[in-house]
Design a protein around this ligand. Structure first.
Ligand code: FAD
Length: 388
């Protein structure tokens, strides 16, 4: 068993001056760009996608900041990216078009991609021109990812892919999916035979993307069906049959960022706007409590980002950020409703706070599913503490 003290350490993470220096520029940019978006649109935060907005971010040099300069990146750390991420999330900027590519696909390709993949894809990610999706979950494999059935079989012409991916965020607008497929059907243990592929979703015959409607009526995740879809040898990402380890290395980044506790940031901002107009003492107590949660979660998330920048293994700490962050985000709509006593209302003529509240009340259940369910995260924590 590992030492509990070591596992639970969140050394203070600090943003370097180079990161803080960016903040005002980002705020000035957002003050102009965000004028056109309603509170309701802003409430989608990293679920909202707008390619034009992403390209403007790219032109500012705020995408692919952690990628090497030779491929259009800035060669900075994820701490500089952190400032841009938290400012855009609080502003409710429509970052969804570039989010996955900027957060994890780009860094993954930079780390393990071929020269051709890097030269082709990284500059486009930095310019905000291309949207990526993650193809892990399948109809019968979500939490138990190692049971996934989609396969890629080597042929003389390349890899032949068959199977179905499910809940693939943004596959309907994405140019690419980085998908995990079974490549050694007899591997033992079963997760030893997976590989990752970069699949061109727009130009590969045999790929069908079917959007799925969520509770709000919006279509943002998809079923992606592969029927004898042939991809070239160049599509293999990293090492054949090393997909499980490669995917694992993405997860700490995926689970610890500010998006794991700022999905309801716009709700908090709209709440403050309403409360500014009155003098409700009990509301102030609740605001203090929300803020305390935000400060704590940000400190923990920043600590993980700092450790990741140093190359440390903070996968457990990241899991805890995700679990606590999701719990906080899910309770926020209920707390806000209690404070202001209004009914959630999505209709066009409703007050902005009522609209945002309605939207986030419907989106909140998904916060503890995406990126790993609460039960799975807690199982990981228990295992690392030697109690399962
Ligand atoms: C908004 C959203 C976006 C998503 N985007 C993507 C995406 O882009 N790409 C992608 O690949 N996937 C995506 N997913 C899928 C997500 O990763 C899965 O929903 C998640 O991993 C759970 O898998 P599942 O839905 O198959 O549920 P299941 O694994 O079937 O789980 C059902 C329930 O059983 C519980 N459970 C399962 N196993 C155990 C266990 N061993 N112990 C205790 N409880 C258990 C789970 O916690 C859950 O409550 C997205 C999901 C959502 C909601």
């Amino acid at each position: 068993m590992e030492s509990i003290v070591d596992l639970l350490r969140y050394d203070p993470g600090q943003l370097p001056a180079s990161a803080e220096n960016l903040r005002q520029d980002v705020r000035d940019f957002l003050a102009v760009e965000m004028k056109q978006y309603s509170a309701l649109t802003r409430a989608y935060t990293w679920d909202g996608a707008d390619q034009t907005f992403s390209e403007k971010m790219g032109a500012k040099g705020w995408l692919g900041m952690t990628l090497p300069k030779e491929y259009g990146g800035a060669g900075l750390s994820n701490l500089e990216r952190y400032v841009v991420a938290e400012e855009t999330l609080f502003a409710g900027a429509p970052v969804g078009y570039h989010w996955i590519a900027d957060r994890q696909s780009g860094p993954l390709i930079a780390r393990i991609g071929t020269e051709k993949q890097k030269a082709d894809l990284l500059p486009r990610i930095c310019r905000g021109e291309t949207c990526f999706s993650i193809g892990m979950s399948e109809p019968n494999s979500g939490s138990d990812l190692a049971s996934l059935q989609s396969k890629a079989v080597r042929t003389d012409e390349g890899w032949l892919i068959n199977g179905t991916k499910l809940w693939t965020t943004n596959a309907h607008i994405a140019s690419y999916m980085i998908g995990l497929f079974r490549t050694d059907l007899n591997a033992q243990p079963k997760h030893a035979g997976f590989s990752q592929f970069i699949i061109d979703l727009k130009n590969t015959p045999g790929v069908t993307v079917r959007p799925i409607e969520d509770l709000t009526g919006r279509k943002h995740f998809n079923e992606v069906v592969f029927e004898n879809a042939l991809v070239s040898d160049d599509a293999l990402l990293g090492t054949e049959n090393d997909g499980w380890r490669q995917v694992g290395s993405e997860l700490a980044i995926e689970r610890s960022g500010p998006e794991r506790f700022l999905s309801c940031a716009v709700l908090f901002v709209e709440l403050l706007k309403v409360l500014e107009q009155g003098d409700d003492q009990s509301a102030k107590r609740e605001i203090g409590s929300i803020l305390a949660n935000l400060v704590t979660l940000r400190s923990m998330s920043l600590s993980v980002s700092g450790k990741l920048a140093q190359g440390d293994d903070v996968s457990l700490q990241a899991v805890i950020v995700k679990d606590l962050g999701a719990e906080f985000e899910q309770t926020l709509p209920g707390i806000v409703q209690k404070i202001v006593g209004i009914e959630p209302n999505l209709s066009d003529d409703a007050e902005p706070l009522a609209q945002v509240l309605a939207l986030l009340t419907m989106l909140a259940p998904s916060f503890s599913l995406r990126g790993g369910t609460v039960e799975i995260l807690r199982g990981i924590i228990a295992k690392r503490l030697g109690i399962s």
